[in-house]
Design a binder for this molecule. Structure first.
Ligand code: NAD
Length: 333
């Protein structure tokens, strides 16, 4: 039998989720919901088989609804997800899980209490390119991973209730933790500036260190001439990139690094060898993510980006936010 899903929030992103759940085998889009009449009128014709509502409670009262997808703006994530789980429905909530660790913990506790599936929409964890990068890193092909950095830049959509750290950085932190294989950073720093809206950083630079020695840098910006969505991993043997702006060469491995010269002990020479790009499936990552949710609802398993995983992302984002706000972080010149 199909898993019956309701999607709440029909702004920019929610209709993409509704489209995927509408088309997925094993899922049925039973409800679409938005408090804005304009959004309801705009999207109802695209999903003629779904019921339409302006009130989440109407969905929660439907005994035949299995799961609710929360795609509303970020401050509402934790309260709405808690309500969904409290009503005994499975919950997919868009990233980030919450705006604070305290709120994220409440949602995770609500999921535990209800025994329902909680999954956070950390889309890149389902991207075949990220999967490939992770498997290359784990195979030892790159050697020891020294450091990685990400660039998420655009002349982008300014959000009134979220800075670039929380809006863009939620993606990079989730991938970073995914690639770090469960290790969490020991310390982090963030610097940022608010050029367009007072008090809302549109440009943020982050630096994180892990107990294993791994270091990471994130450059997040809505105020940039370039559109970049790229991760670079630098290892002791090779280097690799995941570049989501590339059509065909999403992942590239560079046989570049330093070799030790045996004749003269202690000297290093640079090596600049082959560059190759493995094949990456072009299945839409959002479809893979939605299918993963339906499968976990069906088998009751823990999703890849489940509540605990979403909580770890929020913990790192909150630590970075504290650093961003701290005044004693920089040395005077
Ligand atoms: N995974 C991704 O790549 C990705 C991309 C974009 C946005 N997002 C996430 O999707 C979410 C939505 O972003 P957006 O850009 O679509 O926002 P948006 O502001 O365009 O849309 C939000 C919609 O939610 C509705 N809404 C708010 N509270 C509601 C409530 N209580 N009941 C019913 N409807 C309600 C609003 O009326 C609005 O139409 C955010 O969490 C964002 O982080 C994820």
């Amino acid at each position: 039998m199909s898993i019956r899903v309701g999607v709440v929030g029909l702004g920019y992103w929610g209709p993409n989720l509704a489209r995927n759940f509408d088309r997925l085998p094993g899922a049925e889009l039973r409800w679409i919901c938005d408090q804005s009449q304009e959004a309801r009128e705009r999207w109802a014709p695209s999903f003629p088989d779904a019921r339409v509502s302006g009130d989440l409670d109407e969905l929660l009262e439907d005994p035949e609804l299995d799961a609710v997808v929360v795609a509303t703006h970020v401050p509402t994530h934790a309260p709405l997800a808690t309500r969904v789980l409290g009503a005994g429905k499975h919950c997919f909530v868009e990233k980030p899980l919450a705006q604070s660790v305290a709120e994220a913990e409440q949602v995770v506790a609500a999921a535990r209490k209800s025994g329902r599936v909680l999954m956070v929409g950390h889309l890149l964890e389902y991207h075949p390119g990220v999967e490939k990068l992770k498997s290359i890193a784990e195979s030892g092909e790159l050697g020891d991973i020294y450091y990685l950095y990400s660039n998420r830049l655009n002349l982008g959509k300014l959000r009134p209730d979220e800075n670039a750290l929380w809006s863009l950085g939620a993606h990079d932190v989730s991938v970073l933790l995914h690639l770090a294989g469960g290790e969490e950073p020991s310390d982090c720093q963030a610097f940022g500036e608010s050029y367009m809206q007072p008090g809302i950083e549109d440009v943020v630079f982050c630096y994180l260190r892990f107990p294993s020695g791994l270091a990471a840098h994130l450059h997040l910006s809505w105020l940039d001439p370039h559109k970049e969505r790229r991760f670079t991993v630098v290892g002791s043997k090779r280097m690799a990139t995941f570049d989501d702006m590339e059509i065909e060469r999403k992942v590239t491995v560079y046989d570049k690094g330093f070799d030790q010269k045996f004749e003269s002990y202690g000297e290093y020479v640079t090596r600049s060898g082959d560059i190759w790009s493995p094949h990456i499936s072009n299945e839409e990552p959002l479809r893979i993510e939605c299918r993963h949710f339906i499968e976990r609802v069906a088998d009751g398993g823990e999703p890849r980006s489940g509540g605990e995983s979403g909580l770890r992302v929020v913990r790192v984002l909150e630590a970075l936010q504290r650093s961003l706000e701290g005044s004693s972080r920089a040395a005077p010149v």
